[in-house]
Design a protein around this ligand. Sequence first.
Ligand code: FAD
Ligand code: DLZ
Ligand code: SF4
Length: 509
Amino acid sequence: MTPRLVLVLGDQVSVHVAALKAADKSRDVVVMAEVADEAVYVPHHPKKIALLFAAMRKFAARLEAEGWRVAYTRLDDPDNAGSIGGELLRRAQGVGATEVLATEPGEWRLIEVLRDHPLKVHVLEDDRFLCSHAEFADWAEGRKALRMEHFYREMRRKSGFLMDGNQPEGGQWNFDHDNRKGPPKGLSGPVPPRFDPDAVTDAVLTLVEARFGHHFGDLRPFRFATDPDQAQQALDHFIAHALPSFGDYQDAMVRGQDFLFHAVLSAYINAGLLDPLDACRRAEAAYRAGDAPLNAAEGFIRQIIGWREFVRGVYFREGPGYAARNALGHDRKLPPVYWGAETKMRCMSEAIDVTRREGYAHHIQRLMVTGNFALLAGIDPHDVHEWYLAVYADAYEWVEAPNTVGMSQFADGGVVGSKPYVSSGNYLAKMSDYCKSCAYGVKVKTGPDACPFNLLYWDFLTRHRDRFARNPRMAQIYRTWDRMDAAKRDTILSEARTFLDRLDAGDPV
Ligand code: FAD
Ligand code: DLZ
Ligand code: SF4
């Protein structure tokens, strides 16, 4: 029988992907390719490229050891066609194939490449998720607004995680109100396991350094897990050492503490090195054994079967134009501070520094520091989207775009969130220790030392008054503004303008 090609992408390095499950080992040829197009359509962090190339090489070796025929193309292969579509054509000619089995990619961009490809490509739904496209469509059908909390309850019932019969464990679906503790002095979390590069990873590091070393981000030291066993060790470590405090300090930020009690597993889960539902089972087992409190286990499981599944549902339901949305009409260019230019804002320098070193920042840094600043400053959400997609090792459009364009920038007009995630410096002072060592004063509302978040917050709210003043959850803020002395309001807005002019001019801020 004519062989078919079985496409396995860099974020599909799992034996459980649909295309491999549908393929026939004795007939088909697995195609894996390191291609320049995928590495540069946004300038991915070198650690992210290295993670994927190392994981791909190891996965290909495993498939071969299990008896698969694998056509693997390295980036420096002289015949490399440079793109996924091109590699499929080249390999098809090589083995005489006319058909391809593919697991649905996580970006519309590549889905379209496969749909329009001259070969006959069978795109199979990626079933590494709890909720299929059809189930999400059924759930969303007829709803005025899609809200994660309602979706999450469905997923709890479906999965059975933390259920007591048909009721939620502990009598509550969501313990988020227990998960907003500010950091006490000296709070520190466990350091996630780090893995020394082996020969395969070393070769990848040399290649990535030569080809993509100029991208934003430090390649070395490189200590990521690059195979399922190492990723499993990272999960074991999280469950034993960080999960117990995960809930309490989920929103906290501490200077010099890159990970606190976060899992630091998203890059592994999204690439296929870890099974998300297995991580949830482990969290529930830790709770049932008395090793983790309910607010921690519930909070962790909610992030995975709630948020992760919800944003995926939104991305595929909203269609290919989603990442280009700009409901608030923001058009400021992304300022150099996002690419590491010096800044006096401690919160921004901390969040961007860990991003540069680790290809990671935790959720509240992404949402309430870099995201909040971009939204308040009116930065073009597409620029913001491309930045997040490039700099985080866990970023693929299906998960990154709803989080950035939707949750963080409100550019989808309220599909993901019912109100914008904006705050003045107050919130950051409560949830972090950053302000204590910042050149700006978080309590200072005007003048050269005023925290920029304090100025920009009011500027944002007044610019978008027509849209948000009628939102019941924001009305109180507008009342506070309206009660403020008129001269003070003028000063705040004029100083915000001056700050934004400096940002536009590329001046240090
Ligand atoms: P933890 O905080 O320990 O959470 C545990 C797990 O839950 C994560 O590993 C992840 O799999 C899942 N999770 C948590 N929050 C979310 C969420 N909002 N959406 C989806 N999954 C979630 N996450 C990505 O995986 N890829 C992205 O590209 C991405 N971009 C983001 C952009 C912005 C602007 C924001 C605000 C959030 C983004 N997130 C993204 C969500 C979240 O910030 C990361 O999943 C999380 O920081 C990963 O670190 P962790 O493994 O330590 O997660
Ligand atoms: C992110 C990425 C990078 C940097 N390189 C490759 C690659 O060379 N080959 C590959 O198959 N996949 C790569 N990826 C992951 C893809 O970009 C990802 O599969 C799509 O964006 C869909 O999620
Ligand atoms: Fe950030 Fe303002 Fe606090 Fe400085 S004072 S760390 S700019 S919130």
